[in-house]
Design a protein around this ligand. Structure first.
Ligand SMILES: Nc1nc2c(ncn2[C@@H]2O[C@H](COP(=O)(O)OP(=O)(O)OP(=O)(O)O)[C@@H](O)[C@H]2O)c(=O)[nH]1
Ligand SMILES: [Mg+2]
Length: 353
């Protein structure tokens, strides 16, 4: 892309794509406007973003007048932590048990199906990185509860849960995948999303990214959705045999793991997979003259720079940034770098303004 958009911008653009209300669109567009590189080549794009903000604001105004858009989104949960992961699965597969095992969330666990009726968020840790797991009601025969599709679109990743003790294991999996496909989401196992459309976009459109293409979005391409498949109840008899059969018959490239919410087996591996799926890194801010203290990581998209990090602390910090010193990763300890330096996971960064 000629405008050289940063990973932070692309993240905001991803949110814009998944937005299900005008308010969310305005929010994401404002973020895009803030993050878009301000130079000659991006003037057209900046203009387009402003137009889209105006359009979304108008929609918000209309919705407020008619009362439409006021209906609340029953399964929507504000995003927190390094990313939001929504659990998707048939009844009784152990979704609530997984969220309960990894967080302090007060989930409803029962031997009978359809025990969960609302979205319940819980904060789970991968090492020191908080990842938000959202327990959700089950889907059965491709019939999601109201709000489920919106929630799926908005989540950064989906944890598709199946039950190794259930005879209908393959069906459970296929129905979930079908649900996504039916609602224009295309499940992928890759952290890096590619938003390529079919058809012959002109260079001009390409430069303008999502916004340049959305006018003729009649046959919009599916939204790529990060999915990790977990086969739960690995502690039950014949579970591993069933897992092997499942892997063979599911005919999917999606990444999958056997886990047990009851014994905890596989849960750390699952969290690690989710962390890499979310396509983020954690970095630590160090105050000049103070010792390195690895706590309260700052989360950035993969490819995030020193300047991006400064901006998450304060805009002024980024604007006045002179240089930074970095510890850990591929640099020499304490090496001096400029704002454009791309950070890697677990870097410790001392910002100098
Ligand atoms: N053996 C075994 N049982 C499990 C495991 N995880 C969950 N269960 C049991 O499976 C049943 C259903 O668990 P839930 O966590 O309520 O399942 P759910 O998917 O949230 O169910 P709904 O909300 O109704 O869709 C409960 O009796 C759990 O104790 C597991 O890893 N191993
Ligand atoms: Mg449940």
């Amino acid at each position: 892309m000629a405008i050289n958009a940063s990973p932070m911008y692309q993240k905001a653009e991803e949110r814009y794509r998944c937005a299900s209300s005008p308010a969310e669109k305005v929010d994401a567009l404002n973020e895009m406007l803030r993050l878009v590189p301000k130079h000659k080549a991006s003037e057209k794009l900046q203009q387009l973003i402003k137009e889209r903000i105006k359009k979304a604001r108008d929609e918000m105004g209309k919705a407020a007048k008619t009362g439409a858009g006021q209906q609340h989104d029953p399964l929507s949960v504000p995003r927190q932590g390094a990313g939001q992961v929504l659990l998707l699965g048939a009844p009784n597969v152990g979704k609530s048990s997984i969220v309960g095992a990894l967080s302090k969330a007060k989930v409803e666990i029962a031997e009978f199906p359809f025990s969960t009726h609302a979205a319940v968020p819980g904060m789970a840790l991968h090492e020191d990185v908080p990842i938000q797991l959202v327990d959700a009601p089950p889907v059965m025969d491709g019939h999601p509860q109201p709000g489920m599709i919106n929630a799926l679109r908005k989540a950064d990743a989906i944890l598709l849960v199946v039950d190794l003790a259930a005879i209908e294991l393959i069906d459970q999996f296929q129905q979930c995948v079908q649900l996504l496909v039916d609602h224009k989401m295309s499940p992928v196992s890759t952290a890096e999303l590619s938003f390529e459309e079919d058809g012959d976009d002109s260079d001009d459109d390409d430069e303008l990214g999502v916004l340049g293409r959305e006018e003729d979005e009649g046959a919009a391409a599916a939204l790529p959705k990060r999915v990790l498949v977990v086969a739960n109840k690995a502690d039950t008899s014949d579970a591993m045999e069933n897992y092997e059969t499942f892997k063979e018959l599911a005919e999917t490239d999606l990444k999958m793991l056997p886990i047990s919410a009851t014994t905890g087996d596989g849960l750390p591996a699952m969290m690690e997979e989710l962390f890499s799926l979310l396509n983020v890194i954690r970095v630590y801010a160090k105050k000049p003259g103070k010792p390195v203290e690895k706590k309260d990581p700052i989360i950035l998209p993969v490819g995030g720079t020193v300047e991006d990090m400064a901006r998450t602390i304060h805009n002024e910090m980024a604007d006045n940034l002179k240089h930074a010193r970095i510890w850990g990763g591929t640099v020499h300890d304490g090496q001096q770098v400029t704002g454009g330096h791309v950070l890697t996971d677990k870097n410790v960064v001392e910002l100098h303004v």
